[in-house]
Design a protein around this ligand. Structure first.
Ligand code: BGC
Length: 755
C-alpha cells in the first residue's frame, strides 16, 4: 500500500483506534480495524525457528507451541562464520513463517557476549560486533527474502539476565558505539530489518524504550531504520514517554490501560497526535507489506528443513583438539559412545526461544547408518550428583573399546533465559566421569553440548574435543558426520574460551550491582581484552581445527600509505595443503601502532569463509575503509582515524597471526581543540598554531620557549625530568616559573590560539 493510502487510512481512524494500533491485541497478534480493512497479523518467537503458539500464550516458553524445526542456536550458527549459510537458514525460517501466516519472527538475537555467564548467550552470536552484525544481516536477508520481517533484538546493552527488566547498564559513550551499538549498526544499515525490538533494561538510568537518543536519533536518523520498533514483552515503563522516544508498538497487549493513557495525553495536550499517527504509519506499513504480498500455497516442509538443520550444524561444529589425528574415526574401530547426550542431545536452550521440535536426531540414531558402537548412558542430568551404577557401566564399556566418545555438556538447569550462570564448570559428575574414563581409555574424545564456554580440567587427558554447541534438532547427525569424517569441521569460535571465570574481562563487576551493571571493562570485551592483556586462554576467539591444513602467502596491500578517505584493498593467497577438501575462515585484524588513547591491540575488521579442494589455492580479497581504523572519539562524537601506522594482520585466530603488513594512515579529520589555563604545555605545543603563538609570546623568555620546543621535537634535552615536567605543566603554572609572566599574558596567548 502506498504511503498516501496508509496516511489516508490513518486520517479515517479515531484517536482510540490509533492508540489501540500501538499495542498488541493479545500475546502475539496486532490489532485489526475491520471497518477500514486493517487486518490483524501475527508475530512469533524466534530466533532459531518458530515458537508459534495456538492456544495458551506466554513469553517464557511455558506453554506448548506448534511443531516446528529447531535450527542450530545463535552460538552455533555464528561459529560457522558463513554468511551464505545464515541466509539459507533465514530463508527457510521465512518460508515457515509464510506457511504459518506469521508476519514477523522475533529474532535475530544480537546481544554481545559480555561475559560467558549470561544465561542467554546461547541465543546470541558473538563477543565481537562485526561477527554479530554480519551474521544477523545474513539471517535477516534470508528471512526477508520471503516477505516476512525480522525483529532485531534486544536493542540495546542487554547483556545479562539478572534483573533484566529494570537493570541499568552503566556504559560509556565510546563503548556503546564501538561494541554494543556496532553489533546492530551494519546489520540495520545493510539488511534493513522490518522491525527492531527494544530491550527491557535501562542505559545510564534511562529505559531504552524511553530513549529518543537510541530509538530515534541513532536507529532512524543516523542508520536509516524505517520499520517499527516494538517493545520486548512487557518492556514498557511510561507508555507516553516511550511513544515520544520512538517505541511504536507495545507488546503484548496492555489490556487497554496504556492505550487509554495515550488517548488522555493527546487530549490534555502533553502528546502531539502526530506522534501517534507516525507510529501507526510505521506499523501499518509493515502490516500491509506482509499481507499484500502473501506467498500462496507455501507449506511447512519439516523433513526438508530438518535436513537443512543438519547441514547447517555440520558447518558450525568446532574441532577444538585432535591429538594424534584421532579424528576422523574409521568405521571399523571399536567405539563406545558414552553419555546421556548421545541418546537425548541437549540441542537448544530454555525460555522464549524454546521450540517444540518436530523430531530430534541423536548421535545414537545417526550412527546406525555408519558404524556399530556400544553405548552407556554414564550420567543422568536431572540431579547434580554421580550415579555410580551408570558411571561404572560407562567405565566398563570404555575399557573394552578402542576409542571412547563422551557426549557431555551443560544441563538445561545450568543455562537459560531468565537467569545467569554462576560458574563456567560442567557438572562435577561429568568432569569426574571424563577423568575416570581417561584412566582406562587413552583414546578419549569429548563432544560438548553447551550454549557458552565451559572449563575443561581434563583437556590434556583427552585426545579429541568437539564443540557442538546447542546445535539444533539434527545435532546428532552432524556430530556423527564430523566424527567419522563425512564432514570436515570448519567452525571457528565466535567467542573466547577462558581458562577460568576470574580471567574474564568483567569478572569483577558482572552480575554484582543491585540494579546496575557497570561496564567497567569498556571496549575491552572478549578477545579485545585477552589479546591486549596477553592473558592466556583455553581457546582463543576465531579458533578451530580442520582435517586438512592451509597455508597462507602473498599478503598484498594495494598501497603502503593512505588517507582515511581512501579504501585499502587487501588480498591473501590461501592454499589447501592437506589431503581432503576443507573450509577455512580467513580473518583480517587491524592493529593500531602508537595510539593516544587506550585501544584494543587488534580488532577483527573483515572475514570470509572459503572452500578449497586438496592442492587448490585461492586469492581472497577484502576492502577496508576508514571505519576499520577508527575509534569513537568522544570530543567530536564521531568516528575518528588517528594518523600513524597500522598493521594489517591475517590470522587463523585472534592469537595466531600468520602474516602481516603495515600501512601508513593519514587521518583527515581535524579536531578543533579549545585550550585553557589548565592545558598542559606539551599539548599546546602539539598544535601548530599553539606552538607558533606560544613561542612568539614567550620570546621574552628564551629558555622556557627553547625547552618547550626541544621537548616537542622529542629530543632529549639535558635534563629529561625537566622536559617531562614542562611537558605536563598546565599553562597557569608558568606564572610561578617564568619571571615576569602574568595571567593576563597567558590569557592573551589562549585567546590568540583559540581564535
Ligand atoms: C524475550 C524476547 C521474546 C519475547 C516474546 C521476552 O521475554 O526477552 O526475546 O521475543 O519474550 O516471547
Amino acid at each position: 500500500m502506498r504511503k498516501e493510502e496508509i496516511q489516508n487510512l490513518i486520517a479515517q481512524m479515531t484517536l482510540e483506534e490509533k492508540a489501540g494500533m500501538c499495542s498488541g491485541a493479545n500475546f502475539w497478534q496486532l490489532k485489526s480495524v475491520e471497518r477500514l480493512g486493517i487486518p490483524s497479523v501475527k508475530v512469533t518467537d524466534g530466533p532459531h525457528g518458530l515458537r508459534a503458539q495456538d492456544e495458551q500464550a506466554d513469553h517464557l516458553g511455558i506453554n506448548k507451541s506448534i511443531k516446528a524445526v529447531c535450527f542450530p542456536t545463535g552460538c552455533a550458527l555464528a561459529s560457522s562464520f558463513d554468511r551464505k549459510l545464515l541466509k539459507k537458514v533465514g530463508t527457510a525460517i521465512g518460508q515457515e513463517c509464510q506457511a504459518e501466516d506469521i508476519s514477523v519472527i522475533l529474532g535475530p538475537a544480537m546481544n554481545i557476549k559480555r561475559s560467558p555467564l549470561c544465561g542467554r548467550n546461547f541465543e546470541y552470536y558473538s563477543e565481537d560486533p562485526l561477527v554479530t552484525s554480519e551474521m544477523a544481516a545474513a539471517l535477516t536477508e534470508g528471512v526477508q527474502s520471503q516477505n516476512v520481517g525480522v525483529s532485531m533484538k534486544h536493542f540495546l546493552a542487554n547483556n545479562q539476565e539478572k534483573r533484566r527488566m529494570t537493570n541499568s547498564s552503566k556504559v560509556d559513550e565510546r563503548t556503546l558505539r564501538e561494541i554494543y551499538l556496532a553489533a546492530f549498526e551494519e546489520a540495520v544499515k545493510q539488511a534493513k530489518p522490518w522491525t527492531v525490538m527494544n530491550s527491557y533494561n535501562r542505559i545510564n538510568g534511562t529505559y531504552v524504550g524511553e530513549s529518543k537518543e537510541y530509538l530515534t536519533d541513532i536507529l532512524r536518523d543516523e542508520w536509516g531504520f524505517d520499520g517499527y520498533v516494538m517493545s520486548d514483552w512487557g518492556a514498557v515503563n511510561d507508555r507516553v514517554e516511550a511513544l515520544k522516544a520512538g517505541m511504536d508498538l507495545e507488546m503484548p497487549a496492555s489490556g487497554g490501560i496504556n492505550d487509554a493513557l495515550i488517548v488522555k495525553a493527546v487530549q490534555d495536550g502533553s502528546l502531539d497526535e502526530k506522534i501517534v499517527d507516525q507510529a501507526c504509519e510505521r506499523i501499518l506499513n509493515i502490516i500491509f507489506r506482509f499481507t499484500e504480498n502473501r506467498k500462496q500455497g507455501v507449506a511447512f516442509e519439516y523433513q526438508k528443513d530438518h535436513e537443512l538443520a543438519a547441514e547447517a550444524e555440520a558447518e558450525c561444529i568446532v574441532l577444538l583438539k585432535n591429538e594424534d589425528e584421532i579424528l576422523p574415526l574409521a568405521p571399523d574401530k571399536k567405539v563406545a559412545f558414552i553419555g546421556k547426550y548421545a541418546e537425548t542431545p541437549r540441542y537448544q536452550g530454555g525460555g522464549s526461544s524454546h521450540i517444540n521440535s518436530w523430531k530430534v536426531e541423536s548421535a545414537l540414531e545417526a550412527i546406525k547408518n555408519i558404524a556399530e558402537v556400544t553405548y552407556a548412558k554414564g550420567f543422568d542430568d536431572d540431579v547434580d550428583e554421580i550415579n555410580e551404577e551408570l558411571q561404572n557401566e560407562a567405565v566398563c564399556i570404555a575399557k573394552e573399546a578402542e576409542i571412547a566418545v563422551i557426549f557431555a555438556g551443560l544441563p538445561d538447569s545450568f543455562e537459560s533465559e531468565g537467569y545467569d550462570r554462576k560458574h563456567l564448570d560442567l557438572p562435577t559428575y561429568q568432569n569426574i566421569l571424563i577423568e575416570k574414563i581417561c584412566k582406562v581409555q587413552k583414546n578419549t574424545i569429548v563432544v560438548l553440548h553447551n550454549g557458552s564456554p565451559v572449563t575443561m580440567p581434563w583437556k590434556d587427558q583427552v585426545k579429541g574435543i568437539v564443540e557442538a554447541y546447542l546445535g539444533g534438532q539434527a545435532v546428532g547427525r552432524s556430530v556423527v558426520n564430523v566424527l567419522y569424517g563425512n564432514v570436515n569441521p570448519s567452525g571457528r569460535l565466535a567467542e573466547t574460551f577462558p581458562l577460568q571465570l576470574e580471567d574474564t574481562p568483567c569478572y569483577l563487576t558482572y552480575g554484582k550491582g543491585v540494579d546496575e551493571a557497570v561496564y567497567s571493562e569498556g571496549v575491552f570485551v572478549g578477545y579485545r581484552y585477552y589479546t591486549s592483556k596477553k592473558q592466556e586462554v583455553l581457546f582463543p576467539f576465531g579458533y578451530g581445527l580442520s582435517y586438512t591444513t592451509f597455508a597462507y602467502s602473498n599478503l598484498k596491500l594495494d598501497r603502503i600509505q593512505m588517507t582515511d578517505e581512501e579504501i585499502l584493498k587487501v588480498s591473501v593467497d590461501v592454499e589447501n595443503t592437506g589431503s581432503c577438501a576443507g573450509k577455512e575462515v580467513i580473518q583480517i585484524y587491524v592493529a593500531p601502532g602508537e595510539t593516544e588513547i587506550a585501544r584494543p591491540i587488534k580488532e577483527l575488521k573483515a572475514f570470509d569463509k572459503i572452500e578449497l579442494m586438496p592442492g587448490e589455492k585461492k586469492t581472497v580479497a577484502f576492502e577496508l575503509d576508514a571505519r576499520a581504523f577508527a575509534y569513537w572519539n568522544t570530543e567530536i562524537h564521531d568516528w575518528y582515524v588517528e594518523s600513524g601506522s597500522y598493521e594489517i594482520q591475517v590470522g587463523k585466530n585472534a592469537e595466531a597471526i600468520l602474516i602481516k603488513s603495515v600501512i601508513q594512515m593519514e587521518g583527515t579529520k581535524k579536531i578543533k581543540k579549545e585550550f585553557n589555563l589548565n592545558t598542559c604545555i606539551g599539548e599546546l605545543m602539539q598544535d601548530e598554531k599553539g606552538k607558533a603563538v606560544f613561542s612568539q609570546m614567550m620570546g621574552g623568555n628564551q629558555q622556557a620557549a627553547k625547552m618547550a620546543e626541544a621537548n616537542q621535537d622529542k629530543e632529549v634535552i639535558t635534563d629529561k625530568m625537566m622536559a617531562a615536567m614542562l611537558n605536563d605543566m598546565p599553562l597557569r603554572q608558568l606564572v610561578s616559573f617564568v619571571p615576569g609572566m602574568t595571567r593576563e599574558a597567558l590569557e592573551q596567548i589562549l585567546a590568540a590560539v583559540n581564535e
